[in-house]
Design a protein around this ligand. Sequence first.
Ligand SMILES: [Fe+2]
Ligand SMILES: [Fe+2]
Length: 396
Amino acid sequence: MALELNPFVSQSRKFPCVALPPMASLRSPKVCMAYTLNSRTKEVESIKKPFIPPRKVHVPVTHSMPPQKIEILKSMEDWAEQNILVHLKPVEKCWQPQDFLPDPTSYGFDEQVRELRERAKELPDDYLVVLVGDMITEEALPTYQTIMNSWDGVRDETGASPTPWAIWTRAWTAEENRHGDLLNKYLYLSGRVDMRQIEKTIQYLIGTGTDVRTENSPYLGFIYTSFQERATFISHGNTARHAKEHGELKLAQICGTIAADEKRHETAYTKIAEKLFEVDPNGTVLAFADMMRKKISMPAYLMYDGRDDNLFEHFSAIAQRLGVYTAKDYADILEFLVSRWRVEKLTGLSAEGNKARDYVCGLPPMIRRLEERAQGKAIQGPTIPFSWIFDRKVQL
Ligand SMILES: [Fe+2]
Ligand SMILES: [Fe+2]
């Protein structure tokens, strides 16, 4: 999961703050720079096309995992079958968006929609912006499935491959697909948002893709997804809490139900990474450190609505201000993963592996210090219009 408020932001097209914890406050140029792409990072300007907004992406690094490691992933297939697929829910036991929405076949449909719209009237604009940003992130699902199918050794080779990795990826996608559907339909019925602008943003985003730098490596990939699922669990949990505070209990239930899915996904991905730590501790800790050096960029950070070149940064700044997803959450997630994978206790590593272990273990307190310093210097953000809510202005 940012304006013309401060000097940093005006530079952000040149140096997109893509890897920020969402978002190490835009009100602190100094901290932001600490997360900005480092000098070793080469960038390349993407070709401007009518369907792709002007953006910079990293020079792609591909197939960085040594080919012999593919065997490690293959050798984990039986284990994945027994230990990972159990975290999928049978379709017949899954909730569906319709369970939470007015039934268009019922006589009470009009009344149910009216009630939904009454309740949604209480939601403030800043909350709506965050909810829309979350929904758009979920709606770019085709991109995420594409990324997972770029990972060597676990990709779905045919589109219907019977390996447990491929079964997981398809079923995970199918579960995730309900998240965007449900939030989209809720927001449509609420009448509070500009659906056409939102739909344009989704089309731009899927057309643009994303650049999360997993380099065809499932090592990097499963660390990324572990982080990301926990991030979405936290963020949807917080939008649920806020909905409740605004008196919209049905929306609180919707966001809470989505958060529960994300938690289950987090459990599966952290288990896969845990297994990788068991069978290849050195390779996995190197991947963990590599991913954290590059920073975990949010999957939808290239979002664009045809107007705002810093849309994601603006959305993230509001998420940060409302406490839906913050730099502190970024540090907390990292700390959680370090502890979950018992990284501090890893032994028998190479010299490089020892360095990587020490780096990731020392990172959470460092991020916290930077964040605290940023908070101390925080100034009030400007107020800017969001096309998603008919250009009503919201403070960042
Ligand atoms: Fe999701
Ligand atoms: Fe998820």
